[in-house]
Design a protein around this ligand. Structure first.
Ligand code: MF3
Ligand code: CO
Ligand code: CO
Length: 271
């Protein structure tokens, strides 16, 4: 496993890439309403990246080993879709839906910024609202562990403990990842683990924390398009994602912007 330590130049470029990714989600937020198709949201994101930001959508044509090329400029995962939902003009958002929009931009300098948020369409069920809120807390509980000398196991354990305490399950097949001038690089950031175990964090590492939490069981199945991943038991699933820099005393969340939602109390108090 080769984990890159970013230098000050890399970090400056990553601050820009990640802020742009977060600003893209700020831009799309007012468009996420009942009646819009996920295909239309994808077109809006694509055009904002290419025409306004002058960034490139990292997912368009992305093809990891064993996958077909990804056909769209973002992922939109609705209700029981865990991740990699492929936007489509046939998929219309309706009142009460929960949707994750996951975007990754590449700047002209060649740096990747990766972030996702949950969006609630109209009036959600109590359960849907709770799942989105707990998953948000799970991501921030994981991030709160980050500092030089902590371990990847500390992050995973904090996330899983919070999910399990709230009777929710953690998806194990997908994880966070190192990121920089490459979309997905080492380390793998599991969203479960054992405190004190796994790789020791060093200042200058940059990786994502992106827990996928299910209201039911953790089991999943992949659809015939080769990308869309759903819960096996059809229960709701939620995900939030940040790209984070490890610092000597803690962390710097890179994927923040003016429109980012309020931080949880346990983070706001320490910030
Ligand atoms: N943005 C996703 C992540 O957080 C990866 C999406 S790859 C795609 O790592 F091809 F599905 F878009
Ligand atoms: Co990611
Ligand atoms: Co992402």
């Amino acid at each position: 496993m080769t984990v890159t330590i970013k230098n000050e130049t890399d970090i400056a470029h990553m601050r820009i890439a990640c802020r742009l990714a977060s600003e893209l989600l700020d831009y799309i937020t007012p468009h996420v309403v009942a009646g819009v198709s996920t295909g239309e949201l994808d077109r809006l994101c694509h055009n904002y990246m290419v025409d306004v930001q002058k960034t490139v959508p990292a997912t368009l044509g992305y093809q990891p080993p064993g996958y077909p090329p990804y056909p769209k400029s973002c992922c939109i995962s609705v209700n029981d879709v865990i991740c990699h939902g492929v936007p489509s003009d046939e998929k219309i958002l309706k009142n009460g839906d929960i949707a994750n929009i996951d975007v990754t931009v590449i700047t002209p300098a060649g740096y990747f910024g990766d972030t996702s948020r949950m969006f609630i369409v109209g009036e959600p069920s109590i359960m849907a609202k709770r799942l989105c809120a707990i998953t948000y807390e799970c991501m921030w509980k994981g991030i709160a562990q980050i500092k030089e000398g902590a371990t990847l196991g500390d992050i995973g354990a904090a996330i899983a403990e919070h999910a399990h305490k709230n009777s929710m399950s953690v998806v194990r097949e997908y994880c966070g990842h190192g990121i920089g001038q490459v979309f997905h690089e080492d380390p793998q950031v599991l969203h479960y683990g054992i405190r004190g175990q796994g790789m020791v964090l060093k200042a200058g590492m940059i990786f994502t924390v992106e827990p996928m939490i299910n209201a039911g069981k953790r089991d999943l199945r992949t659809m015939n398009d080769g990308w869309t991943v759903k819960t096996k038991d059809r229960s709701l699933s939620a995900q939030w994602e940040h790209t984070v820099l490890v610092t000597p005393t803690g962390y710097e969340v890179l994927t923040l912007s003016a429109g980012y939602p309020a931080l949880p109390d346990f983070i706001a108090a320490s910030a």
